[in-house]
Design a protein around this ligand. Structure first.
Ligand code: GTP
Ligand code: MG
Length: 344
């Protein structure tokens, strides 16, 4: 993979242009390869035709062409990882877990447990594959100020003892899981692998998704490459800022661009992208059917896996797979407990 220093190998890229590209998040050949000439020409202060040549060269270097053969598609798909919820009923329904290289949308009303899912997956993804994880780190875009390290701690120590032990071995932490110092070290290590950024408004959120690509690139060859990108909530800012029918098209366009950026990170870096979307229990004319997530068709096309979360009795939640490629729709039950998400 191309590191930052290699950018000057591209035609028309000198030290100054390379610097500008890096400053704007174009740190790898892959990132440049999928940029548009106009985008690149703006950020790097080069003419569009130069930008075009740069992109072309980056595509060759990164081996990102247009078309792939069937066997190339198969090869890429063979890298797809499955991130387990560690809830057998849910994982089975998902065909093994949340897939990398895809967007998974989790929607449901307030208090349904959407944020709990993003927290639990931020723990699980770090586990070794034998324990259901992907041995990866996390980028967490937090638009509602919901991220809580304390909750990560509860969920981490809510895992089975043998899973915890495996996580300690994986990180070469000495001692036993009953040893306070070792537990502290383990927690620290888990928290350090979650890169959290608060999004203050929708434009900021869009920028953070672009920034996510930089982080993913930075960690690509590390021990814990980014394998999960969470956006909780995907839609809250957009919904608050683009109010009224006249704004609908605008909102969709922005959301679409944002989803495109998220998708790009998932595909280029083999990460699972999990986004949450609140639906209202109290329907109004604007948002229509309460069981339909906002974002309409565009979100519908982009999120390849859609899961609807519904409150049931007490801490029980119904997880419904609404839309997924090659998988039948289905329902599973889980519980939200102090120690995290657990089977019924
Ligand atoms: P909105 O963000 O408001 O749309 O809701 P959400 O779908 O993100 O809900 P969230 O994931 O915050 O789940 C909230 C529910 O999870 C609460 O109603 C509680 O039942 C449960 N919950 C949240 N935190 C804890 C916790 O620390 N311990 C326990 N036992 N349950 C919790
Ligand atoms: Mg939430």
């Amino acid at each position: 993979m191309a590191g930052p220093a290699d950018l000057e190998n591209l035609p028309g890229v000198g030290p100054a242009t390379a610097e500008k590209l890096k400053e704007n998040g174009y740190e790898s050949y892959q990132g440049i390869a999928v940029a548009s000439p106009a985008e690149l020409s703006n950020t790097a202060d080069v003419g569009e035709s130069t930008a075009h040549d740069i992109i072309q060269a980056a595509r060759e270097a990164a081996d990102i062409g247009g078309f792939e053969t069937g066997s190339q598609v198969l090869q890429r798909r063979e890298r797809i990882g499955k991130l387990e919820w560690l809830i057998p009923e849910v994982d089975e329904m998902l065909g093994g877990g949340v897939e990398t290289q895809s967007i998974t949308e989790v929607y449901g009303e307030f208090g349904a447990g959407k944020s709990q899912i993003t927290h639990q997956l931020s723990v699980n993804v770090q586990l070794p594959p034998e324990q259901g994880g992907l041995g990866g780190s996390v980028i967490f875009i937090d638009s509602e100020d919901t991220f809580r390290p304390e909750r990560i701690e509860e969920m981490l120590f809510g895992l089975e003892d043998d899973v915890l032990q495996a996580a300690m071995d994986q990180r070469e932490i000495e001692g036993s899981i009953d040893d306070e110092e070792a537990r502290d070290e383990l927690l620290q290590s888990f928290l350090d692998k979650i890169h959290v950024a608060k999004a203050f408004n929708s434009n900021h959120q869009i920028l953070l998704a672009e920034k996510a690509q930089e982080i993913a690139s930075e960690y690509e060859d590390s021990e814990f490459p980014v394998r999960l990108l969470c956006v909780d909530s995907l839609t809250a800012h957009f919904r608050a800022e683009y109010v009224g029918r006249g704004e609908l098209a605008n909102r969709q366009q922005k959301l679409n661009k944002h989803l495109h950026d998220l998708d790009r990170v998932g595909n280029l870096y083999n990460a699972a992208v999990v986004v949450t979307n609140q639906v209202q229990s109290n329907p109004d004319a604007f948002f229509g059917d309460p069981t339909k997530p906002i974002g309409g068709n565009i979100l519908g096309h982009k999120s390849t896996f859609r899961m609807y979360l519904r409150k049931s009795k007490g801490n029980k939640r119904i997880v419904k797979l609404v839309d997924a490629p090659n998988l039948p729709d289905g329902e599973a039950v889980m519980r939200v407990t102090g120690e995290g998400l657990k089977p019924e």
